[in-house]
Design a protein around this ligand. Structure first.
Ligand SMILES: NC(=O)C1=CN([C@@H]2O[C@H](COP(=O)(O)OP(=O)(O)OC[C@H]3O[C@@H](n4cnc5c(N)ncnc54)[C@H](OP(=O)(O)O)[C@@H]3O)[C@@H](O)[C@H]2O)C=CC1
Ligand SMILES: CC(=O)C(=O)O
Ligand SMILES: [Mg+2]
Length: 577
């Protein structure tokens, strides 16, 4: 069992008997359950039809379009229409309609203007779309499966129109959407947004994607009280009830879609660790918040450590990493770092000593008292003092070289915090990674200003560039959107039976190594997002190789290809608008 796998099992709090543990789903009586099909392809009132294929409509007959409508001018027209909207949520709605009516145009523009489009279709605007989903909802776009479907999930899933085509599903239960908390069924835009990035970023065929929102209820009282709320009006199912539901869901998904990869997204921390650990050896599945975030942050840290070592001479394995936030993302990143450190020569204990966690109770240490399962492994046993909750005191005690924010606490990295990091390090690494942008632990502007331009910076949501003493400085976007398209594409092409830790690590190292000379010269930590296709192809190739090494690939014919041939094969499989 690899280091990360062992940590995930431990964090989930369930005791595994071995990697191929058989899950026995609890039998559910059909009779006792109310069968509710939340979404069917053809609605009974005949008004709304689910359009899944995203395939281009047949060319309209002569006379049914204006005489001089040509593609290029129309692209400009669409862009101008988009830019004419004042509010980002209006831009989101416009693009959502464009995607439905003219998917080729949507994806063509998306690829061409990636850095303009991602903040709209993804974080931060997708956060607003989720908050307002029940109000801005216009048409079905994905699969809703509710706790009331327990016992009948097979039939709901089989309503999906393109069973044979399905390759990737992003599944959320809406319980922790970005840093916005429990949004219930309003979490659907997250699955939709991530899949749009799969299509744009990795060339997954649009009709091979299934956005899914599991409606297990919500504990968000504001939504429960909202007459327009689209989900079930009940408190969240948890514990055994949820696990029975999840077992049935995963089993039926694998039966209905034999070639499907599942990406778990934005489950609350306990559920995230539990279900990743429970299914990862049984089905091709990964958790984006734990593993995708782990991979993307490791990649940024590798490049940041390389730049900081020019000033400090410190190798990456000597860094001291302070995590502000110890949830699924924080601990996911800590696990990935831990694994990287051990592969690079540190003993397990030495690697663990490089990591400090802070949660809402302050520094996480053994003597503090009862800790959640997922925090125990990284809890410090070498701190004997009283609890420390003040971040400045914690930094003063730990003396970190890198400060990572995954806390959802807006502006937690105050000017004093940033200045202290700069006083401790010639090139402080400061990554405020919480999403959406208004929950970021600090802005790029503050980080540059209070470190006198020495900061090595990456954030979860995008910030504009800054100028410091005549020098242009570029913020990195440490977001799993750099990882999941390539990781997913590689897993699909390899037809991997599971997503191994080595595949996730390959995606991280693939990304770290993808910077061009020009990007190195600009001091970037991540490649420019406009190169996402090129990067995803490179990552996918590395992921296929890792799947082959781990022996989980079913497309064994790809083993014969040289690296160049494999890269060309990956590129040839990418859908182009
Ligand atoms: N950039 C990226 O690619 C990604 C970013 N994220 C972002 O990371 C954030 C966290 O996600 P996730 O880990 O799943 O969420 P969780 O809610 O599981 O974790 C939040 C963590 O922050 C801690 N925290 C809360 N308040 C404070 C405080 N005042 N001081 C210190 N710590 C505090 C919590 O403590 P406690 O445990 O005590 O409750 C918890 O450990 C979200 O904003 C999410 O959008 C997530 C995935 C990817
Ligand atoms: C980026 C992401 O997955 C999150 O913020 O949850
Ligand atoms: Mg997420």
């Amino acid at each position: 069992m690899s280091c990360v796998t062992a940590l995930i099992h431990q964090a989930s709090g369930i005791r595994q008997r071995g990697p191929n543990r058989v899950i026995t789903p609890t039998e559910v009586s059909f009779d006792t359950l109310i069968m509710t099909i939340v979404l069917t392809p053809y609605w009974s009132n005949g008004v709304q039809k689910l359009k899944v294929a995203h395939q281009p409509p047949a060319k309209p007959k002569h006379g049914l379009t204006p005489p001089t409508l040509d593609d290029e001018t129309h692209a400009t027209r669409c862009l101008l229409q988009l830019r004419s909207k004042d509010k980002n949520i209006e831009k989101y709605i416009y693009l959502s309609m464009l995607k439905e009516q003219d998917p080729n145009m949507f994806y063509r523009l998306c690829l061409r203007y990636m850095s303009e489009f991602t903040p709209i279709i993804y974080t931060p605007t997708v956060g607003d779309a989720c908050l307002q989903y029940s109000h801005i909802y216009r048409r079905p776009e994905g699969l809703f499966i509710s706790i009331k479907d327990k016992g009948n999930i097979r039939n709901v899933i089989r309503n999906w129109p393109k069973l044979d085509e399905a390759r990737i599903s992003v599944v959320t239960d809406g319980s922790r959407i970005l840093g916005l908390g429990d949004l219930g069924v309003n979490g659907m835009p997250i699955s939709i947004g991530k899949l749009s990035l799969y299509i744009a970023g990795a060339g997954i065929r649009p009709w091979s994607t299934i956005p899914i929102c599991l409606d297990l209820g919500t504990n968000n009282q504001k939504f429960l009280d909202d007459p327009l709320y689209l989900g079930l009006r009940r408190k969240r199912a948890a514990g055994e009830e949820m696990t029975e539901f999840m077992d049935e869901f995963m089993r039926e998904m694998s039966l209905a879609f034999p070639k499907l990869l599942v990406q778990f997204e934005d489950f609350s921390t306990d559920a995230a660790f539990l279900y990743l650990s429970r299914y990862r050896h049984q089905y091709p599945v990964f958790n984006d918040d734990i593993q995708g975030t782990g991979a993307v942050v490791l990649s940024g840290l590798i490049n940041a450590a390389r730049l900081s070592s020019q000033a400090s001479g410190r190798p990456i394995t000597d860094h001291r990493i302070l995590f502000f936030g110890a949830g699924s993302a924080g601990v996911g990143v800590a696990m990935q770092l831990m694994s990287f450190f051990t592969l690079n020569g540190l003993s397990e204990e030495e690697a663990r000593r490089r990591i400090w966690l802070v949660d809402s109770g302050g520094l996480v240490f053994d003597k503090r008292g009862k800790l959640a399962e997922h925090k125990k492994y990284f809890s410090r046993n070498d701190y004997e003092g009283p609890p420390i909750t003040d971040i400045l005191e914690i930094i003063d005690y730990v003396k970190p070289t890198a400060l990572l924010g995954l806390s959802t606490i807006s502006n937690a990295f105050t000017p004093s915090v940033i200045r202290l990091m700069a006083a401790l390090n010639p090139r402080p690494i400061i990554f405020p990674l919480s999403n959406p942008v208004r929950l970021s632990e600090c802005s790029f502007h503050d980080a540059v200003e209070h470190t006198q331009g020495t900061v090595l910076f990456a954030s979860g949501s995008p910030f504009p560039e800054e100028e410091h003493e005549g020098r242009k400085m570029y913020p990195g976007q440490g977001n799993n959107m750099y990882i999941f398209p390539g990781l997913g594409l590689g897993s699909i092409l390899a037809r991997a039976t599971s997503v191994t830790d080595s595949m996730v690590e390959a995606s991280s190292l693939g990304l770290a190594g993808a910077l061009t000379e020009e990007e190195h010269a600009m001091g970037l930590l991540y490649p420019r997002i406009e190169r996402i296709r090129e990067i995803s192809a490179h990552i996918a190739k590395e992921v296929v190789r890792a799947a082959q090494k781990a022996g989980v690939d079913r497309s064994t014919e790809l083993r014969k290809l040289s690296d160049q041939e494999l890269l060309e094969f990956v590129q040839s499989k990418m859908w182009n608008p």
